[in-house]
Design a binder for this molecule. Structure first.
Ligand code: ADP
Length: 577
């Protein structure tokens, strides 16, 4: 054989990595090129993969994580070594915390030099650092282990409770070569990466018996239920039992927020009053006041409110993490909900509907709160406040129920969550379990890339700053993203003063009357400066219709907003005021 033929029959590590991903149906990479992965990014694109290049790895990582949530396939984030890896790590930790399946693949330096700490280019023991923040972490040292490495990473990311996985690839693996057929033989197409986990029949019976005994039952739907894509069965379970339900933030739209059984507008009434609560794909963490305390009718913050709980979750360790779970149902939500429905159907028409007293009391609170909110939304102050601006967003989302809604901020988050109704599953993606800032533009990019649908990102002016440079990415890929910045001149609000009396502004205050809309104009997108609700409405409607990258600087009264939004109680100083 001559030399030319010889090279043609060889594959290198980069070839094999691309083949391994494609073999497993993974066609998108979110990342940022640089040493040692620049050529890999080019070759992925040449091989027909969609390589979305970001301006900062954290945003690429957040994009990968939410791609995983939306598709049930692990989202891939690709970074350079040490600093790029560390930037991506923030998103990996957030993915693990939120149960989003993603794989962070980072190039790394020479093992021999790193381990002897001899000072290699970007030297860092990345595997050791990733381990505590990931569901699993692996390193591949030889080209013929790439197939196994990818297979293990996929399984770890999507099976059981999903999470973030780290895969370490030292630079030299990319350059190693293997004869083409031998290389292909090392690849693994993962069979059944997220196996169904069927609940035990006695666990289902126990749960149904407890539910049946309830006088004031309640269902809580979490983002695990949204992730599971068991939408029709979840809706049937809620409707057949007639039980009122509360959606957690990212479970909004699993049933339309306008559904008569939604108890969202009576949340503070139903939590303490319910006697049996069925939690589906949600953890009883801080977002649910740990299932106890005053929110739940307890006398003090540690006190149990007396509720009994059914909890449906794929993780067998989740039950009893905060309060006693009387009927844990362990399995994947699709299988668990189907089993519960079978049990209910088996009872013929005899499933007891919740009492009229319970439903009536909820309806009472709901209608009062809805009427109060309608009054607030109808006001038209100048400048706009959160409510008058969100009245517009609410209408635009209602008219475009397929659009994706990204949401982050403090007040911009809290008000949007409660005011903007969602109509379809997995349309609302937000700050999640940590209430983290910085997911905005990464989520917006991935939502557009994965769904092809228009994306509306409602951003606090502070939150936007964490990922704002990705506006260039949005323009570069011409994505149908409309960013709406609620600009009230600062963190929480723009009116704080420097307590020391010096020339610097207060730590929470930004440049007054900033024109965020100019940022997107620099990259060829549409910038709009909206002062009135009518201007905001026209700009949003136009953005959704045209699918052009758009950034609307919505001017909000700088006195509007409370410190830490709705979680003021967690902020020691503000709570004392
Ligand atoms: P939220 O923030 O909406 O309350 P969490 O992230 O706290 O939701 O909880 C999600 C829960 O859903 C986790 O406990 C996770 O184990 C569970 N989960 C995720 N995917 C599935 C699935 N496919 N089947 C069952 N449970 C799941």
């Amino acid at each position: 054989m001559d030399t030319a033929e010889n090279t043609q029959t060889l594959l290198d590590g980069a070839d094999l990595l691309i083949d391994a991903l494609k073999l497993n149906g993974i066609n998108h990479i979110y990342g940022l090129p640089g040493i040692p992965i620049t050529d890999l990014t080019r070759r992925a694109q040449a091989a027909g993969m969609r390589m979305i290049s970001f301006r900062h790895e954290q945003n690429a990582g957040n994009a990968a994580a939410i791609a995983g949530f939306l598709t049930q396939k692990p989202g891939i984030c690709l970074t350079v070594s040490a600093p790029g890896f560390l930037n991506g790590l923030n998103a990996l930790a957030n993915a693990t915390t939120n149960c989003f399946p993603m794989i962070l693949i980072s190039g790394s330096s020479e093992r021999e030099i790193v381990d002897l700490q001899q000072g290699d280019y970007e030297e860092m023991d990345q595997l050791a650092i990733a381990k505590p923040l990931a569901k699993a972490a692996y390193r591949v040292l030889h080209i013929d282990d790439i197939g196994v490495g990818i297979a293990r990473a996929i399984r770890a990311a999507v099976s059981g409770r999903p999470g973030g996985v780290y895969l370490d690839l030292p630079a030299k693996v990319f350059a190693q070569t293997i004869e083409a057929q031998a290389g292909k033989n090392t690849l693994i197409k993962v069979v059944d990466p997220a196996p169904r986990q069927i609940p035990a029949p006695e666990a289902v019976t126990r749960a149904l018996d407890l539910l049946k005994s309830a006088k004031r039952p309640l269902i809580i739907l979490g983002k695990g239920a949204a992730y599971a894509q068991a939408d029709a069965d979840i809706r049937a379970l809620v409707e057949k039992t007639g039980i009122p339900y509360l959606p957690m933030s990212m479970a909004k739209g699993l049933l339309p927020d306008t559904h008569p059984q939604s108890a969202s507008a009576a949340r503070s009434y139903v939590l303490p009053e319910a006697d049996v609560v069925m939690v589906i794909g949600a953890r009883l963490n801080w977002l649910l006041s740990h299932g106890k305390g005053k929110t739940w009718g307890g006398k003090s913050s540690k006190d149990w409110g007396g509720q009994k709980f059914v909890q449906i979750d794929i993780s067998p360790q989740e039950a009893d993490s905060n309060v006693r779970i009387d009927a844990p149902v362990v399995g994947d939500i699709g299988s668990c909900v189907a089993a519960m429905l079978n049990g209910i159907n088996a009872s013929g028409g005899n499933w007891p509907k919740p009492s009229g007293d319970w439903l009536g009391a909820i309806e009472d609170r709901k209608s009062k709160n809805v009427a109060k909110m309608a009054e607030t939304l109808a006001k038209n102050p100048t400048p706009m406040n959160f409510h008058s601006a969100l009245n517009v967003v609410r209408d635009v989302v209602k008219a475009n129920p397929d659009a994706m809604l990204v949401n982050e901020g403090a007040n911009a988050l809290d008000f949007t969550r409660s005011i903007v109704d969602m109509y379809k599953p997995r349309k609302r993606i937000d700050v999640g379990t940590w209430g983290v800032m910085g997911i905005g533009m990464g989520f917006a990019v991935a939502a557009a890339v994965e769904t092809g649908l228009p994306v509306i990102a409602v951003e606090g002016d502070s939150a936007f700053g964490f990922s704002g440079m990705e506006v260039e990415t949005i323009c570069r890929y011409n994505l149908p993203v409309c960013v709406v910045i609620f600009n009230n001149n600062g963190v929480y609000k723009g009116t704080d003063v420097n307590a020391g009396g010096g020339a610097d502004v207060a730590p929470t205050v930004f440049v007054k009357n900033a024109r965020y809309d100019k940022i997107i104009e620099a990259f060829g997108g549409v910038g709009v400066h909206a002062i009135t609700p009518a201007e905001l409405r026209a700009a949003m409607e136009q953005a959704v219709r045209s699918r052009k990258p758009t950034l609307i600087n919505a001017v909000i009264d700088e006195t509007a907003g409370t410190e830490s939004g709705r979680i003021t109680s967690l902020n020691p100083k503000a709570a004392k005021k």
